[in-house]
Design a protein around this ligand. Structure first.
Ligand SMILES: [Zn+2]
Ligand SMILES: [Zn+2]
Length: 338
């Protein structure tokens, strides 16, 4: 390598996961804008990851599904965002980025970056189980793995999907038999469509969805998902809610206490940590701790960086080292060089 050029890959946290290679500053899911960025890659449509798509004057990449989900939920100018299908590659000089399925929500992907100096994977949010609406994350072998640590502690071990599905359905039927409307609070993108699919598959109970969930349902349908639901702001929706013979699905942040006929439940992996009053179901679109370890073991990286888990970054890193014998640490704010 010529003198003066920067050798190798540097990975760090700086308002996003930033990878530096020669003159390139590639930002994965950045939340803070920087004029240094040469390229922005967005893993999926959830708000804590997708803000970078709104940055102007930089080349931005994501999947077509993510672009459509954003257009359905936010008023951002993302016309110029370039799209990559799962499996597609894009190259800059001798560096190549490829998108793989990350199993989290519609269009979610992890990115692998290959250079002559080594390979790097950024997972975004990851799910390693099969659900009614997602396939497990693909294993993308690499040297440096940056993995999310949302549930990076042994206390997070979710029951199998079958068990959760059964409990959800039983609880909903019980509510209806007792004259109440089972009202789920769930992430509008992902968990809500999984809930609809569960009830469509195993019951004939009508589903009513609040507007922000309905908008996302339409994007899923445009990608071939068959979802049976009625918008809450329609005559049929109002009649169903009044009859109390239906299920309501609303976004997580909505307060449903205004209607005494609603019996609420939170459907989210985070329901294991908080959730307020009401029932809780750990329907998670993230990998739990055993699955995070299994994913790292399958990827076989030389080093792992944990991020997106707050204090659990430290916990997960320590346990990856102890249980898998692979070097691991929280993603530093300073660059790491290979
Ligand atoms: Zn997410
Ligand atoms: Zn996230």
């Amino acid at each position: 390598m010529a003198e003066g050029t920067k050798a190798g890959l540097s990975v760090m946290w700086k308002g996003g996961v930033i990878l530096e290679y020669r003159d390139l500053h590639i930002a994965f899911d950045p939340i803070i804008e920087s004029t240094k960025f040469t390229h922005v890659f967005v893993s999926h449509a959830h708000f804590d990851h997708s803000r970078g798509l709104s940055f102007q004057g930089v080349s931005r990449f994501t999947t077509p599904e993510t672009k459509d989900l954003i257009m359905a939920s936010r008023k951002w100018n993302i016309e110029k965002v370039e799209t990559l299908l799962i499996g597609d590659k894009v190259g800059f000089d001798d560096l190549e980025v490829q998108a793989f399925n990350s199993g989290h929500i519609l269009g979610s992907c992890l990115f692998r970056l290959c250079t002559p100096e080594g390979t790097f994977v950024y997972t975004g949010d990851l799910n390693f189980s099969k659900t009614l609406i997602t396939e497990p994350a693909e294993v993308a072998p690499c040297d440096i793995l940056v993995i999310e640590a949302t549930f990076g502690s042994p206390q997070f071990s979710f029951p199998s999907r079958d068990v959760i599905y059964k409990e959800l359905v039983n609880w909903a039927i019980e509510c209806i038999l007792e004259g109440q409307v089972p009202a789920f609070r769930a992430d509008a993108i992902g968990n809500s469509q999984e809930l609809i699919s569960i009830f469509n598959r195993f019951t004939e109970i009508p589903i009513v969805t609040e507007p922000s969930v309905t908008r996302i349902n339409r994007v899923y349908e445009s990608y071939g998902f068959r979802l049976n639901y009625v918008p809450s702001r329609s005559l049929q929706g109002a009649a169903l809610l009044a009859s109390r013979k239906c299920i309501l699905i609303a976004p997580k942040n909505v307060d449903l206490s205004y209607n005494p006929t609603f019996r609420t439940a939170l459907a989210s992996g985070l329901s294991m940590v908080f959730g307020g009053s009401g029932e809780r179901f750990p329907l998670s679109d993230h990998a739990d701790f055993p699955h995070l370890l299994e994913y790292v073991a399958s990827v076989k990286p030389k080093i792992v960086y944990t991020y997106h888990g707050g204090r659990l970054n430290e916990t997960l890193a320590r346990l990856i080292e102890r249980r898998l014998g692979i070097e691991a640490k929280p993603l530093p704010a300073e660059p790491y060089r290979v």
